[in-house]
Design a protein around this ligand. Structure first.
Ligand code: NDP
Ligand code: MG
Length: 398
């Protein structure tokens, strides 16, 4: 029996994780569930899955949640804040932590789980983008098992040799005969559009992803292709390769989730219907396989698979991410923070879609880069980029 904490249980990944776990009640149990704003949903999840602990952001919300839980006849204990998250991520009784909080807020609780040596199911790509070097070092030191949930990274992981260790700190790609990682991208809802056509699209249009159903932040990131940029950086850290070894491939059907090219000309790809329960089930059960509730792939119904190169002019966020990956140091931290601020401003309808890349670009141009040597330094860079981009948004608004 694996006892599991889900950080970000009320989100899209959290709900899919509970769905897969619920299909195998003899294998997986819920230790703790965490949420932020969706308190009623969290209370229902705790009651349904018998969570021992629930965590929310602050004391007032914790009191409200407690009221809801007791009215459901549920004895789940409620904690709050950073300490609460760290506690349920690192408790002795926990075997596995699903890291599915969105954005930079996911970094500290995920690191708490890493430092406690838990098995980590990593959905929160932002923590690797912000602090990849420190994060991977912490994984190596603690001996945590790290499994990627992001569908592309999970696909690549499945196509790597069995003895390819994500965390032994030795460059293995060349020795394993890997010549390229092919990172799939659907292209999002605006594939084939020009930058001018995209300038004024609404948040609802941007969040209407053709193949994947996801939270609003990652949906906007998919529409700008910043999501692929973040994933490029995520892949560099996870698989210990340089960005030049990674090629982004636009594949509108989202059936080939990514692939690995080897020196003998073989390309190993992982395919499946676009449903996050597949990578979640893969990582939960690894190295076994379990039913995920996902319909099997019908290749006859799909008929065709198409591939094209990304248009870096129409989608400048991807180019910005390539540049940040090449610069290294604090550049990816700046990129991530400025993007989070810009996407929130876009969702709040304060800026236009086309201005997201402008804000990230300006932040990266104006701030100077250094090597982050500690977690405090990373958080300092994150705050610096947030302040800069927030001020820049106010400036362009007026
Ligand atoms: P959602 O927006 O659906 O869910 C985010 C979760 O994080 C919710 O539980 C939310 O709580 C919680 N949360 C938000 N802000 C905070 C905060 N400041 N402190 C604590 N908790 C917070 O996102 P997704 O599930 O779509 O994505 C989660 C992560 O997984 C992201 O990093 C994303 O990039 C990654 N990912 C997602 C994929 C997908 O298909 N959805 C695919 C690949 C990666 P509440 O809702 O209660 O406010
Ligand atoms: Mg992905």
């Amino acid at each position: 029996m694996q006892n599991i904490t889900i950080l970000g249980a009320t989100g899209s990944i959290g709900v899919s994780t509970l769905d897969v776990m619920g299909r195998h009640p003899d294998e997986y149990s819920v230790y703790a569930l965490t949420g932020n704003t969706q308190i009623e949903k969290l209370a229902k999840q705790c009651a349904q899955h018998g969570a021992q602990f629930a965590v929310v952001g602050d004391h007032l919300t914790a009191v409200r949640l407690e009221g809801l839980l007791r009215s459901l006849g549920c004895a789940t204990e409620v904690l709050f804040g950073r300490d609460g998250l760290a506690e349920v991520a690192s408790a002795d009784a926990v075997d596995t932590v699903m890291a599915a909080i969105v954005g930079a807020a996911g970094l500290l609780p995920t690191l708490a789980a890493v430092k406690a040596g838990k098995k980590i199911l990593l959905a929160n790509k932002e923590s690797l983008v912000m602090a990849g070097g420190l994060f991977m070092e912490a994984v190596r030191t603690s001996g945590s098992v790290l499994l990627p949930i992001d569908s592309e990274h999970n696909a690549i992981f499945q196509c790597l040799p069995h003895d390819y260790h994500l965390t032994n700190g030795v460059k293995q790609a060349d020795a394993a005969g890997i010549t390229k990682l092919l990172l799939s991208a659907s292209g999002g809802p605006f594939r084939g559009w020009s930058r001018e056509q995209m300038m004024t699209v609404t948040p609802d249009q941007a969040c209407a992803h053709p193949n994947w159903s996801m939270g609003r932040k990652i949906s906007v990131d998919s529409a700008t292709l910043m999501n692929k940029g973040l994933e490029l950086i995520e892949a560099c850290w996870l698989f210990d390769v340089g960005a030049e070894k990674i090629e982004v491939v636009i594949h509108p059907q989202s059936i080939v989730h990514s692939a690995v090219q080897y020196s003998d000309g073989s390309v190993l790809a992982q395919m499946g219907n676009p449903d996050m329960r597949t990578p979640i089930a893969h990582a939960l059960a690894w190295p076994k396989r379990i039913d995920a509730g996902v319909a099997y792939l019908d290749l006859f119904e799909i008929g065709q698979l198409n591939f094209e190169k990304p248009d870096l002019k129409a989608f400048p966020c991807l180019q910005l991410a390539y540049d940040a990956a090449a610069t290294g140091g604090s550049a990816p931290t700046f990129l991530n923070a400025a993007n989070e601020v810009a996407v929130q401003a876009y969702l709040d309808e304060r800026i236009a879609f086309g201005q997201i890349s402008q804000i990230v670009d300006e932040t990266l141009t104006r701030l100077s880069f250094t090597e982050p040597e500690s977690l405090d330094a990373v958080q300092g860079f994150d705050s610096e980029a947030r302040s800069f981009s927030a001020a820049y948004i106010t400036e362009i608004e007026s």
